[in-house]
Design a binder for this molecule. Structure first.
Ligand code: KG4
Ligand code: ZN
Length: 420
């Protein structure tokens, strides 16, 4: 099955085309192995644009997606060698239906019609699109674009939950490369599978009880982990997105400490919020406030108030913050592994790229739960991308979860779990 997938839930506009192959029953049978040949993996990040605002602005994200989707579709088809220029006639009634679906996307409608009249319909078996959760205005552009494309090409449309994309791509391993194209393989493990989904919008412990059926064990009560990284970075005067910046400073601090053989004094001490609560919930806004107070305290000692932190202070603060977050994530996740008996742990979401978090999990699992199979997304697929939506779309398409174009509704608060 060849799937074209579309992702616009936040600040990345992404389209991927995957050639998916497995036994007939991959949707049910957890022992099946499925391969996903990545024919194209295109992405335009809006990070540079949002950096000016220090975060993502929904209206700006929507405008950028609308501008990027048609060009990126062309690029994705070209990369997959599926782009064939040829004049096509679009019947009046079809043109009218497409116009209806794109009535709210006036910026995009004209270039969309132009594209489909100038290019042949490629051989694609299904179109997958993220319909939630995320920023509603951003989601809508992708949903409407996907609906218009499904109409234009007369291809089935399959809605995808963004969080399921993060979960499933975490299970994938890069197995080989064919004709310069990456091949990912998912040998669906035995359930239950525990997922720790950590991104800019979410922090969830999600249990896959049966293949593709989820139960939310706990989540953040306030800020998501990535959001906390971003906000703390902002307070420290670091650019958006703050996660990778803090991670680099913290790594430098650990390196320096090694060379000083632990003789340096610890300048900051932050709380580990909710680490001892008997549930699986998290809270990171208090941690962020603790950083604010720590910054204030240190500045009070300065002759000139609001003097910026020096490099050593920044490194130490970043390290203490990263340690606090990691410890809380580990304690709750290990508890959930023990209680659920899950033998596979998967990390997903942008924050799962964090090397310290990855290393700390590897270490604790080998010490305490060596039988647990620990998986992280393939490099480059931790943050939002089209490949993860194509993977989830494939499994959902196998279950024939198609919707009629024109009826799909974006849902910013969409949940993955039935037992919310
Ligand atoms: O999954 P993602 O790309 O978008 C959402 O769906 O939210 O996650 C983005 C988040 C941002 O908050 C970013 O700061 C964080 O992931 N992030 C990291 C790292 N790389 C990205 N956080 C910590 N360490 C990293 N290395
Ligand atoms: Zn995401």
């Amino acid at each position: 099955m060849r799937i074209l997938s579309i992702e616009t839930s936040c600040d990345e506009t992404a389209i991927a085309i995957l050639e998916c192959e497995s036994n007939e029953d991959a949707a049910k049978d957890t022992s099946t192995s499925t391969t996903f040949k990545v024919l194209s993996h295109t992405l335009i990040s809006q990070i540079e644009i949002h950096r000016e605002y220090g975060g993502v602005f929904p209206a700006v994200a929507k405008r950028e997606h609308a501008k990027n989707l048609v060009p990126i579709l062309g690029a994705a088809l070209e990369e997959a060698e599926l782009l064939r220029e040829d004049t096509q006639s679009v019947p009046e009634d079809l043109r009218a239906r497409i116009g209806e679906v794109l009535s709210r996307e006036s910026d995009m409608a004209e270039s969309f019609i132009q594209f489909i009249t100038e290019n042949n319909r490629p051989i694609i078996d299904a179109i997958a699109v993220t319909y939630g959760p995320g920023l509603a205005p951003a989601l809508w552009v992708g949903v409407n674009f996907a609906q218009a494309l499904a109409l234009a090409w007369n291809v089935p449309l399959v809605p995808v939950n963004h969080m399921e994309g993060h979960f499933l791509v975490g299970l994938a391993r890069t197995t080989e490369s064919i004709d310069n194209k990456t091949v990912l393989t998912i040998d669906a493990p035995q359930t239950p599978i525990l997922g720790l989904l950590i991104s800019g919008g979410h922090t969830q412990l999600m249990l896959m009880n049966e293949w593709l059926s989820y139960q939310l064990l706990g989540e953040t009560r306030d800020d998501a982990v990535g959001e906390a990284f971003d906000k703390v970075a902002r307070m420290m005067g670091l650019p958006y997105p703050g996660g990778p910046e803090i991670s680099k400073l913290a790594a430098k601090c650990r390196e320096d400490e090694k060379s000083l053989e632990g003789t340096s004094e610890k300048l900051f001490s932050l709380p580990r919020p909710m680490i001892d609560t008997p549930d699986y919930n998290f809270s990171f806004s208090g941690l962020k406030t603790a950083v604010l107070y720590a910054l204030r305290d240190i500045q009070k000692t300065r002759p000139e108030e609001s003097a910026p932190l020096d490099t050593l202070e920044k490194e130490q603060l970043a390290r203490e913050f990263e340690d606090a977050v990691t410890e809380v994530l580990i304690v709750k996740t290990v508890k959930a592994l023990k209680e659920t008996q899950a033998q596979t742990l998967v990390l997903g979401g942008g924050v799962s790229a964090n090397p310290h978090i990855q290393k700390s999990f590897t270490k604790i699992l080998s010490d305490k739960l060596p039988a647990v199979d620990f998986r992280v997304p393939p490099t480059g697929l931790t943050g939002d991308n089209g490949v993860m939506i194509g993977i989830a779309g494939f499994y959902r398409a196998q279950r024939k979860e198609f919707v009629d174009p024109g009826t799909l509704v974006a849902d910013g608060n969409l949940s993955l779990s039935k037992v919310a």
